[in-house]
Design a protein around this ligand. Sequence first.
Ligand code: GAL
Length: 376
Amino acid sequence: MKLQRKIFALLLLMSFTAVAAAQTVTRQDYGKTSTGEYVYLYTLQNSHGLEAKITNYGGILVSLKVPDRNRKFADVVLGFNDLESYLTKNDPYMGALIGRYGNRIAKGRFTLNGVEYKLAVNNGENHLHGGIKGFDKVVWTGREIKTGTSPAVALTYLSKDGEEGYPGNLNVRVVYTLTDENELKIDYTATTDKDTVLNLTHHSYFNLAGEGNGDILNHLVSINANQFVPTDAGSIPTGELKNVAGTPFDFINPTAIGARINQDDEQLKFGNGYDHTWVINGKPGTMRVAAEAYEATSGRIMRVLTTEPGVQFYTGNFLNGTLTGKSGTVYARRTGFCFETQHYPDSPNQPSFPTTTLKKGQTYKSTTIYRFSVKR
Ligand code: GAL
């Protein structure tokens, strides 16, 4: 009886705490860039106590605290403690917004309306993630907003005609919203004054056991895709789409990331592990489940939904222990994984892939949701 009363009191307290947590968005100073631009940190909190911290430098998701099955909160994204680290460490796009083109463009070249454009070559002989100074390294204009009951921050950026070699003045707007359904929702819109190519994404490294808490090989992952995009040794698509059935790329049923990652498979060798785009089942442009990850010790589940045609599943193969993260832990190989929702790599040079051309007068629209829950 005593125990029952205690449990009841505890439950009551928990429900009060849940109700008491305010849905807020606040802004604090986060420092300055080397050229004196002011940078801020926006904190979004929903009524269940989930909290996302986002900076307008690179649109980086600095931390994301979500509960486990015992309502114990942990930060599930890799990153650093201060702006200085993001500015000076050669970090592999942790938590950042990626543009103008997420993923690779072969040899940094493409032709649009009969004109050949030359982009920075910053990944072997190819162009990666927007070039030398992509959207992950620029200062966006931030504004706190409240859409209904959900706290949000809107980030806008004008990428000038010719920036990193891309045509057109491009106006980009990205809204991060923390919903009361425990979702981090990212809405992207953009317009241009000249035809261009565009492929925006978000590059958080997740570890559902908590950042700095070991590798991600035991996470069970499912990907809603019957096909993936095979590449050459430089991670440029061959142009075909390959069925996942019978390969280590079949994640139709939940499978541990580590179960097949070291198999003797040419594509796994090219990617150094998983580093490929999966072709999400269903109609691009409509919201559908892309992937899910489950971490058994915490019970945390993350489900990814998107309007994009593909998702790059990258298993942190290039993390090599040279970066020390927020909790003072070294980020070793495969201690975080990314679900980068996007179009396929090198689409500007692949006529059979869904187009990444954004025409003057059109509006680019894309939405991705990272939804959190627990399994008891
Ligand atoms: C990923 C990409 C990887 C690697 C990583 C950054 O998005 O697919 O190949 O470049 O970013 O280290």
